[in-house]
Write a protein that binds this ligand. Structure first.
Ligand code: ATP
Length: 301
């Protein structure tokens, strides 16, 4: 019987290896675990960006026919602004991100970047315009330089160095005997969660996208590292349009605007102070998280 199962075991291993490879290649974001359901319209033009605004126009969408997840979502992120999306678990935050990356098309409504409907342009040009910084980054068993340059085939050595500086990776690289030529990943140098995330930030900087989609759940990191990473992310977002999917509110309080999703609808939006004054769902979530943080710090004492 064992003999019968051994080939199956091996098949499983091969499958996992191939699948891992695909995930690596597919930009390493959990969004990409999703099936690809859309294709380019015949003759679709490329996205042309002058001012990278993002608009959701009455977007309705669900994964299954009889279950609507986004129920007429509308908002506008003006070019160059940093927005955050918050809301209870299951509200539709990741779904919004998946639609912006066009893994699915809305049932109705439109998503526009710089005035162009993303369903009408090529997917390649859409995805080139959006940089993603995932919460878990997968590294190749390759040099740190390769891992940074990945995503832009024509990146020069200067581009890689500038990106490493922007992502505050230089202190690490300077400590390594082979610098950018050091092998990392499973078979090379093991990087910490924070270092891996910095590589992901550098990779995004090399791509130099006008729009950033950030997944800000940095729970795997200790607080000090997390603060450093957030500071880096804020710096790289400054002159770009960014949308941060956030779980902890303390990390996004200084966003230009915060969209509060609840059950697939926009419950509230505004700056941190405006939302606190409004005393609705956001204020309630803020109070709860502050109380939890206090409990944690008391427990630590
Ligand atoms: P969280 O804060 O927990 O990450 P979220 O606000 O990001 O939640 P989504 O992941 O967008 O929420 O999910 C919204 C709803 O859509 C949930 O009820 C979820 O079960 C459902 N959903 C998400 N992905 C799929 C899928 N691939 N197929 C079917 N339903 C899905």
């Amino acid at each position: 019987l064992a003999q019968l199962f051994r080939p199956l075991d091996m098949l499983g291993m091969v499958y996992r290896t191939i699948r891992q490879g695909l995930i690596d290649m597919a930009e390493m974001f959990r969004l990409l675990d999703e099936p690809q359901e859309v294709s380019d319209k015949p003759g679709a033009p490329a996205l042309v960006i002058r001012r990278p605004s993002v608009v959701f126009e009455d977007v309705v969408f669900g994964y299954e026919k009889d279950r609507t997840i986004l129920k007429g979502l509308s908002f506008e992120v003006p070019a160059g602004q940093n927005f955050a999306v918050v809301g209870p678990s299951g509200a539709g935050k990741s779904t919004l991100a998946r639609l912006l990356f066009r893994f699915y098309d809305p049932w109705s409504g439109r998503i526009l970047i710089d005035g162009q409907d993303i369903a009408q342009i090529t997917q390649a040009s859409l995805r080139a315009a959006i940089g993603i910084v995932p919460q878990d980054s997968v590294l190749f068993n390759e040099t740190i330089g390769y891992n940074i340059a990945y995503g832009r085939s024509d990146a020069t050595e200067e581009d890689v160095q500038a990106a490493a500086r922007g992502a505050a990776l230089m202190p690490l690289i300077e400590r390594l005997p082979q610098g950018f030529g050091t092998e990392v990943g499973e078979r090379g140098l093991k990087l910490s969660g924070g270092e891996k995330q910095r590589v992901a930030i550098a990779r995004t900087l090399v791509k130099n996208p006008p729009i950033l989609l950030l997944d800000e759940a940095t729970s795997a990191l200790d607080t000090r590292t997390e603060q450093d990473i957030l500071a880096t992310l804020h710096r790289v977002s400054e002159d770009r349009t960014s949308i941060s999917i956030a779980h902890r509110l303390s990390t996004i309080a200084d966003s230009d605007s915060i969209l509060v999703l609840q059950d697939g609808c926009l419950a509230e939006s505004g700056s941190h102070l405006e939302l606190l004054r409004h005393d609705g769902l956001y204020a309630e979530m803020w109070a709860r998280q502050a109380a939890e943080a206090e409990e944690l710090s008391e427990a630590a004492e």
